[in-house]
Write a protein that binds this ligand. Structure first.
Ligand code: BGC
Length: 467
């Protein structure tokens, strides 16, 4: 039996989603297209040709979804705004109906006692701005600050926690280097430019917030800790490259005002000389950092593009349906590393969760998802361990409230604690939703034990060798 964990007073428990993954109706009420509407409608870009046209139909079912969160006892909800609903051309003309959607959502959350955490950008750039070069155009910093300002003016005060970008690494690695995500470019030369401009846009949006807003703003990054596959010096160097590329590339400039040296080595002559003044814009005081954690990677040197490093599969580990090793200790290590490297800034875990092969159909109103329950339990304990070790973790936003469009993997992977039937769009809380609900209502005390309750069998499942 594990001792009862104590989480700090005010620790915020919630779930997370993103606009394009749940809303559907992407062109309703005067919205402009985004790069994700275009990308998903291009043959071959998503599994089964899935698009976000319907998704979870949250754009029309938002009220029921808020009611569901309340039923589950959620205290917070992290969601993102679709830029091209609010500004169909990305800048200039405001589409009031688009803005009203988010205003109503925020009001409904507050009326139900749920604190909104608003992400300005979760990957759905207005197509009109992509036509002007998107994140490759230095003007994107002004565009993003303008967009942010529209929302700050409309919602600050009702929204007290703001996020500029979600996971700049994924935006760049998927969208500009490997092409698996919108806008689907594959260029080693573009990737550093897109990254740098994303960070300039982040800085400009924070600056704009300080002029208009009176609450808190931060940046959300995905961190995947790297562990060496051996004692070989080559593997240690591979770890340093992978770590710099994935974990430090964004936090270093945002918090320290410089890039890690290894990026020059990774990108070679594709790594430009940056105007020194850019770092003054990028490095803005932040109120918090959001960390998304899913997995780790055990890394070794290999001839791969462009990192010359690869992940080594662990024989005795459990892997999720997206091929990610379940490694809760990595979350503790990540939070400790953050504090060691960047100091005492407050941290939220802004995403954490897993796709496992759930039953496709709901039987008798229930969905048993024991692996997800155990994933959550072990990762929440890992968060608790970091808090005990002195990291200022202020909250946990589980990914995800409900099954949704997993980007280019379409609807083939389910991350939700609420099951969505994609034919009827009916929502059914899974066992993991009931479990998380108990964790929240007990302020973490329900994480104690784990061997004797309804989900206890999963401990045995997790102990089994990888699938
Ligand atoms: C993203 C989510 C995504 C999740 C699972 C994160 O990288 O922010 O949008 O669905 O991971 O892949």
């Amino acid at each position: 039996m594990n001792p009862t964990p104590k989480f700090p007073d005010g620790f915020l428990w919630g779930t997370a989603t993103a606009a394009h993954q749940i809303e559907g109706s992407p062109l309703a009420d005067g919205a402009g297209p985004s790069i994700w509407t275009r990308f998903a409608h291009t043959p071959g870009m998503t599994v089964n040709g899935d698009t976000g046209d319907i998704a979870c139909d949250h754009y029309r079912r938002w009220k029921d979804d808020v009611a569901l969160m309340r039923e589950l006892g959620m205290q917070a909800y992290r969601f993102s705004v679709s830029w091209s609903r609010v500004l169909p051309e990305g800048v200039g003309r405001i589409n009031q109906k688009g803005l009203d959607f988010y205003s109503r959502l925020v009001d409904e959350l507050l009326a139900n006692g749920i604190e909104p955490l608003l992400t300005l950008y979760h990957w759905d750039l207005p197509a009109a701005l992509d036509d002007r070069g998107g994140w490759l155009n230095r003007d994107c910093a002004d565009w993003f600050a303008e967009y942010g300002s529209v929302l700050y003016r409309a919602l600050d005060g009702r929204v007290k926690k703001w996020v500029t970008l979600n996971e700049p690494w994924v935006i760049t690695d998927g969208g500009y280097l490997h092409g698996a995500l919108a806008p689907g470019h594959r260029s080693k030369y573009e990737a550093p430019i897109a990254s740098h401009n994303l960070m300039r846009a982040h800085g400009a949006a924070v600056q704009a917030y300080r002029a208009i807003g009176a609450h808190q703003i931060g940046l959300v990054v995905n961190i995947e800790p790297k562990y060496p596959a051996s004692d070989l010096a080559d593997d240690a160097a591979a770890v340093a490259r992978a770590h710099a590329y994935m974990n430090e590339q964004y936090l270093h400039p945002a918090l320290l005002g410089r890039y890690p040296g290894e990026l020059q080595e990774v990108f070679g002559h594709a790594w430009p000389e940056w105007p020194v003044g850019d770092f003054d814009l990028i490095r803005q005081p932040l109120d918090f950092v959001g960390i998304n954690y899913y997995t780790r990677s055990v890394t070794r040197a290999a001839e791969t593009y462009p990192l010359n490093a690869e992940a080594v599969r662990q024989d005795d580990a459990l892997y999720t349906e997206t091929g990610w090793e379940v490694f809760p200790q990595g979350l503790t290590d990540t939070l400790l590393w953050f504090k060691r490297t960047y100091g005492d800034l407050p941290v939220y875990v802004t995403e954490n969760g897993a796709a496992f092969p759930d039953p496709e159909r709901v039987e008798n109103g229930v969905v048993h998802d024991p692996l997800r329950v155990e994933y959550l339990r072990s990762h929440l304990r890992a968060v608790h361990a970091a808090i005990e070790a002195g990291v200022d973790v202020r909250g946990y936003m589980l990914w995800s409230l409900m099954d949704n469009m997993e980007w280019s993997l379409g609807y083939s992977k389910r991350f939700g604690i609420v099951h969505v039937d994609y034919d009827t769009l009916e929502r059914t809380p899974k066992d993991s939703a009931r479990f998380y609900s108990r964790v929240v209502s007990s302020h973490g005390a329900a994480l104690a034990g784990g061997d004797g309750d309804a989900e206890g069998t999963t401990r045995t499942i997790l102990a089994l060798p990888g699938q």
